[in-house]
Unconditional design. Structure first.
Length: 227
């Protein structure tokens, strides 16, 4: 995450608009995989990944990923972005360091897997998060990958306590992956921009997320029983 964020920040500070636009969803992929970790560290999450309406409502400066995103896609330049780029990288480095110093417990992993899926259900599926770049499906996939990784780390416990739940999780993760992956260019790896999706395609993704949400919501209870 630090490497890719650095590449993005360097492009922004060099005024390389097209390069920064290309790097934006890639760098965010690493962020979106670990987002529940960031939420452990108070204000670091909102100042790194907060949206403009929330900043306005709270009367604070609009900063982080989405401030730079707005400049790139709305103004098509990087003017005035150096301070936001430096702050973004500094905050990412802090979150990585804090995450290494405070590893997730099994219960936090279980809750994090649900938190990542909730990110999809409440943000990415509506298209509200990356409202300027419409790169929501990059984030969507990263959230799913993060949730899968959390479940994989808990798999030995889950298989022992509730093998039927594991089978259900595997089935629904596969179904969601299949539904989502049809929107990725298999040659370039790029995803369809959100505004290009039809209402039927969005509903199909939403239904797949909902189907996975039910078994995911049971994981924390199973983990807690085994503690």
């Amino acid at each position: 995450m630090i490497v890719k964020t650095t590449e993005f920040v360097d492009a922004v500070k060099a005024g390389k608009v097209d390069e920064a636009k290309a790097l934006f969803p890639v760098a965010r992929t690493y962020w979106e995989r670990i987002e529940p970790v960031a939420e452990k560290f108070g204000d670091l999450d909102p100042i790194t990944d907060g949206r403009e309406p929330d900043a306005i409502a709270e009367g604070v400066d609009f900063t982080g990923w989405h401030r730079i995103e707005k400049q790139l896609w709305v103004e098509n330049n990087t003017e005035g972005m150096d301070k936001y780029a430096d702050q973004l990288l500094d905050n990412v480095e802090k979150i990585v360091a804090l995450g290494q110093d405070a590893p997730l417990t099994a219960l936090e992993l279980a809750q994090g897997s649900k938190g990542l899926l909730d990110e999809v259900a409440t943000g990415k599926i509506t298209g509200e998060e990356d409202e300027f770049s419409h790169t929501d499906l990059w984030d969507f996939k990263a959230n799913i990958e993060g949730s899968q990784a959390a479940i994989a780390s808990l798999r030995p416990v889950l298989e022992k306590q509730d093998p039927a739940l594991v089978a259900k999780l595997d089935t629904e993760f596969a179904a969601l992956d299949k539904e989502l992956n049809q929107h990725q260019d298999q040659t370039t790896g790029d995803w369809t921009f959100y505004e290009q999706l039809s209402k039927d395609q969005i509903k199909a993704l939403s239904d797949a997320v909902a189907a996975l949400s039910e078994p995911i919501s049971q994981v924390a209870a199973v983990v807690a029983k085994s503690a």
